[in-house]
Design a protein around this ligand. Structure first.
Ligand SMILES: NC(=O)c1ccc[n+]([C@@H]2O[C@H](COP(=O)([O-])OP(=O)(O)OC[C@H]3O[C@@H](n4cnc5c(N)ncnc54)[C@H](O)[C@@H]3O)[C@@H](O)[C@H]2O)c1
Length: 245
């Protein structure tokens, strides 16, 4: 499992939930992993727990909505890890509010945390990844980018924009060897679902349950490595069949 020891990966929103699971999976594949988040206590604990398992994971404070902070984070990673090969833009938030009572502040918050952050991440990380001769950027979208759900207008719009941004980035960075793809999970058992109505958008999924975060991570590892060498500009749904209906 140590074939990727020269690979450095950054996972945003890695303090808990899916990001923590992805960090563990990437590190288990041999990568050195930096988890970045604003939940410093959770992030330190997650990094310590993975380090205790012998996995090379460290925590870095990064508010993904702050473009200057992205520049500082990249300088820190290039200084300490020697470069970057993989970026997983996973940080995100959800609010569920009907359009009639959705105000501009909530709309803009969701776009900034879920979408603008992905732009900042791509802009900051791509030059570093290009300096290594290429690599992979994975943007976490959602089934909400693909289907409608009452109350999910702002969240769905933020995630649909991630798909569009992914396609543009795939085209713009292919010449420097960076593949850019998105992943659209549906209904994953993480603390985020506390901010959703019971069942969320996963109710009615043919597999009849939510995913555990570890069930999404193999797809992230696939997209992070040369196993996916011909994949760029695509979205990968992983949702227990929820979008089939
Ligand atoms: N849980 C689901 O059902 C589900 C389904 C589809 C997509 N997603 C997406 O998966 C991703 C991971 O979510 P999760 O389910 O693990 O939820 P989560 O709430 O457990 O994790 C999200 C992480 O992002 C971090 N974060 C939020 N704002 C940040 C900021 N400004 N800067 C840095 N970090 C920030 C949080 O602190 C948290 O650690 C999100 O993009 C989410 O939208 C979740």
């Amino acid at each position: 499992m140590s074939q990727h020891t020269d690979t450095v990966a950054l996972v945003t929103g890695g303090a808990r939930g899916q990001g923590a699971a992805h960090a563990q999976a990437l590190a288990s594949a041999g990568m050195r992993v930096v988890i970045a988040d604003v939940r410093d206590e959770d992030g330190q604990k997650t990094a310590a727990a993975l380090s205790e398992k012998g996995l090379p994971v460290r925590y870095l404070h990064l508010d993904v909505t702050d473009e200057n902070a992205w520049a500082a984070a990249m300088a820190d990673i290039e200084g300490r890890e020697g470069g970057l090969d993989v970026l997983v833009n996973n940080a995100g938030i959800i609010r569920v509010t009907p359009l009639a009572s959705l105000d501009a502040a909530e709309w803009e918050l969701l776009q900034r945390v879920n979408t603008t952050s992905v732009l900042f991440g791509i802009k900051a990380a791509a030059p570093a990844i290009a300096r290594r001769g290429g690599g992979s950027i994975i943007n976490v979208a959602s089934t909400a980018a693909h289907r409608g759900a009452e109350g999910y207008g702002a969240y769905s719009a933020s995630k649909a924009a991630v798909l569009a941004l992914t396609r543009a980035a795939a085209l713009e960075y292919a010449p420097v060897g960076i593949r850019v793809n998105s992943v659209s999970p549906g209904g994953v058992e993480t603390p985020m679902i506390d901010d959703e109505p019971p069942g969320g958008t996963s109710s009615g999924a043919p597999l009849g349950r939510r995913a555990q975060p570890e069930e999404i991570s193999p797809l992230i590892v696939y997209l992070a490595t040369e196993a996916s060498s011909f994949a760029t500009g695509s979205d990968f749904l992983i949702d227990g069949g929820a979008t089939v209906r």
